[in-house]
Design a protein. Structure first.
Length: 276
């Protein structure tokens, strides 16, 4: 990615934020378009070089992880950028080594794996909601940096992002999930149970950072009060963390073609209704 281009975009966003200006839809879409072009270049570099990238997204319910991941992946190939969002563990998985269910999803050469919540469930929701005991928690906090060091030493580029949201904005977004029919699927029973445990989650976050914010796998925090800004800022930051280069692509020219040499059959196609 062009260093000058990246710095220019970051400066534009920071200047607007400092001025308290609302980011217009047009400006957001233009900035996102340019970042998507860079993400395609990153994808081509990952495939060409056999790079392996892991991106971890963590944060409270309603912090904006899903929307940010969607913005990150909507213009790249799902065969290269794989999103992993695991459900609750099965009884069999509960009997396995804790990180086992996550390790099997780590990337092979030429892949970017994005974890929508990750092994850090143990330090967050499992701790706060009582799904693990104190011994299991301490073992995880002590062991996670070692596992991540092995990942990095094996050649994986590991990026960990925490999306930080205020209690007021979280409440607004959770209420929207209740009231907006397009968002009701996002609201889970766990969201409701977690709602009144803000301080417990804050303590869990702080202790998780203290134990796992290592030099080889640091935590990066993205303020997510403004959904548009956090998406732009985070994607821009991610691109700056990976030493990708533009891979020359062959110029494509559509060949000439003839249409009409074959007369289409008079088949009674079942066209759908067109109410719009």
């Amino acid at each position: 990615m062009s260093k000058h281009k990246g710095k220019h975009k970051q400066g534009t966003a920071e200047a607007a934020e400092a001025a308290g200006a609302k980011l217009s839809r047009k400006e957001y879409e233009q900035q996102l378009h340019d970042l998507h072009v860079e993400l395609v270049k990153l994808q081509q570099w990952v495939v060409a070089t056999g790079a392996k990238v892991v991106v971890v997204f963590e944060g409270r319910d309603g912090a904006g992880k899903g929307g940010t991941i969607k913005a990150l992946t909507e213009r790249v190939s799902p065969r290269v950028f794989r999103v992993v969002a695991l459900p609750a563990p099965t009884e069999r998985e509960k009997s396995q080594m804790y990180v086992q269910r996550y390790v099997q999803h780590l990337p092979a050469a030429g892949e970017v794996v994005i974890f929508d919540r990750s092994w850090y469930n143990r330090a967050g929701v499992e701790r706060v909601m009582g799904f693990c005991n104190e011994t299991q928690l301490r073992k995880f906090l002590n062991g996670a940096p070692l596992v991540e060091r092995n990942m990095v030493e094996s050649g994986i580029i590991l990026l960990k992002y925490w999306l930080e949201v205020s209690p007021e904005e979280q409440e607004r977004r959770l209420r929207a999930r209740i009231e907006d029919g397009r968002k009701t699927w996002k609201l889970t029973a766990m969201d409701i149970k977690s709602y009144n445990r803000w301080d417990a989650y804050t303590q869990a976050r702080d202790e998780m950072f203290e134990a796992t914010d290592s030099s080889w796998a640091p935590w990066f925090v993205a303020r997510s009060e403004d959904k548009k800004r956090v998406r732009l800022n985070l994607i821009s930051h991610l691109l700056q963390q990976i030493p990708y280069e533009e891979i020359p692509q062959p110029k494509v020219k559509l060949p000439k073609r003839k249409v009409g040499a074959y007369k289409a059959a008079n088949y009674p196609f079942k066209f759908i209704a067109e109410p719009f």
